[in-house]
Design a protein around this ligand. Structure first.
Ligand SMILES: NC(=O)c1ccc[n+]([C@@H]2O[C@H](COP(=O)([O-])OP(=O)(O)OC[C@H]3O[C@@H](n4cnc5c(N)ncnc54)[C@H](O)[C@@H]3O)[C@@H](O)[C@H]2O)c1
Length: 427
């Protein structure tokens, strides 16, 4: 088998900076958009991001319909409802204003209204058929209001598959927004709990994309178009990942403690976007794969600080709760990379033996979890040892990400990882 010798770097166009939301109307005018679907998180309509977007659209006389039926942590159902609205409206451009939940909903509505198909046609195999997106979509401008998922840079849309009680996604380069308007003013109103969970998602994207298998350990594709979006670590994504970890170390706690700290919000928006470009090309691994059933099987957990009417585990939280156990497990595959992550996150790595890299990184992450008031493990969300077989069952088919793990995990390994994630620290 010939191994790959090349990697591709893809990203959305990004415009970055305070106040750039005001330029939205001009962008749509220049695109010649005649009928725009604006998907907006309902919580934002009466906050700064909503005001700035609607003012810009009105000022430039852009015809638009406002769609606010966004579900936090979207589902196959909420994707379908948005698609119906998109089909009915015959829009020629899309705008998403919100966190990952809104941006991903807009990607799905754009995809299925452009290329109608059975819902599972484009969903990642083996859960769906994994059929490649047939061609370019209509223009989507993404305006993130969390820092964050980096969804404004990626070709991924994640949803909770209600029937199977697990999350999965659709991944293809054509799903990438045409443009991301990253305006740190839009994250000022993030509640601290959202800033914490979204910020730990940034940390996870960077850490996982720096520790996945290398791009040149995968088979060489027959055609460039067959190269997966998640290609493995590569010299490009490594730069983004390490810098995103350094920025997270320097600014996440500040952004959490004081939403009026503009410099901290600016730097966390930067960390979110560059970690997005990194993982969008390299991929993520076990903490994300394990997070999908953790989010999908939740029964009673209402996260403090989130305004939601149904039980849910915020995405960043569902990932970070598995991460200390995973890094102890994966460190033996590439200890130096685990040590690099610990150092970028502020740990003192002088005099540390490589064999202790996993434990040092786990303890460093636990420090962040404590200071950002994360729950102490899956047990705090209501999970018990009896739930572990189902959590493992929900992780095994997540090949899109689990196959990138630097150390392959069997179902027995996953059982141990979930057991170790029930309670993470002893006070
Ligand atoms: N597509 C990708 O590449 C990608 C990557 C990571 C995560 N995701 C997905 O993104 C979703 C999570 O997105 P998220 O973490 O950005 O959060 P979110 O979009 O789910 O929003 C979380 C909460 O914060 C509120 N909120 C958002 N911005 C706000 C603001 N500025 N002011 C006040 N309230 C605000 C929302 O109303 C919501 O209640 C998950 O479904 C996850 O799976 C996608």
């Amino acid at each position: 088998m010939a191994l790959d010798t090349a990697f591709q770097v893809s990203s959305s166009n990004l415009r970055f900076g305070f106040g750039c939301t005001r330029e939205l109307g001009m962008d749509l005018k220049e695109l010649g958009a005649l009928r725009v679907m604006v998907l907006m998180d309902p919580a934002l309509v009466d906050l700064h991001p909503g005001h700035a977007v609607l003012e810009s659209l009105r000022e430039h006389k852009i015809p638009f319909d406002l769609y606010t039926q966004i579900q936090t942590e979207p589902t196959d159902h909420s994707f379908r409802v948005a698609t119906e609205a998109a089909v009915e409206g015959r829009f020629d451009a899309f705008v998403a204003v919100g966190g990952g939940s809104t941006i991903d909903t807009a990607k799905a509505a754009n995809l299925y209204s452009c290329y109608p198909a059975d819902f599972f046609a484009y969903v990642n195999a083996p859960i769906g058929l994994g059929i490649p997106v047939p061609g370019p979509l209509r223009p989507l401008i993404a305006i993130p209001t969390t820092a964050g998922t980096g969804s404004e840079t990626t070709g991924t849309a994640i949803f909770d598959w209600r029937e199977k009680k697990t999350k999965t996604g659709i991944s293809h380069r054509h799903l990438r927004p045409l443009l991301g308007l990253v305006d740190p003013e839009n994250t000022r109103s993030q509640p601290p709990a959202v800033a914490a969970s979204a910020g730990l998602d940034v940390l996870s994207h960077a850490l996982e994309s720096y520790t996945v298998i290398p791009f040149n350990s995968r088979p060489r594709p027959n055609r460039p178009a067959e190269r997966p979006a998640y290609q493995g670590t590569n010299p490009f994504s490594d730069q983004w990942a390490l810098q995103a970890l350094r920025l997270t170390h320097a600014y996440l706690q500040r952004a959490y403690d004081d939403p009026s700290d503009g410099e901290a919000r600016f730097q966390m928006c930067l960390a979110s976007a560059i970690a997005g470009v990194g993982f969008g090309n390299a991929g993520v691994h076990l903490p994300h794969g394990m997070s999908y059933p953790v989010a999908g099987l939740v029964k009673r957990y209402f996260p403090p600080g989130y305004q939601v009417d149904h039980p849910l585990v915020p995405h960043g939280m569902s990932v970070i709760l598995n991460t200390p156990a995973v890094v102890r497990f994966t460190a033996q595959a590439n200890p130096q990379r685990h040590l690099d992550c610990a150092a970028a996150l502020g740990a003192d790595i002088r005099h540390v033996d490589l064999k202790d890299a996993g434990e040092l990184l786990a303890q460093t992450i636990i420090g962040y979890m404590k200071s950002l008031k994360m729950p102490n493990g899956l047990a705090a969300l209501g999970y018990t040892p009896a739930d572990i077989p189902k959590l493992v069952e929900g992780t095994l088919p997540q090949h899109r990400v689990t196959k990138l793990s630097p150390r392959p995990a069997t179902s027995e390994d996953l059982t141990h990882l979930f057991q170790d994630s029930l309670t993470i620290w002893r006070d």
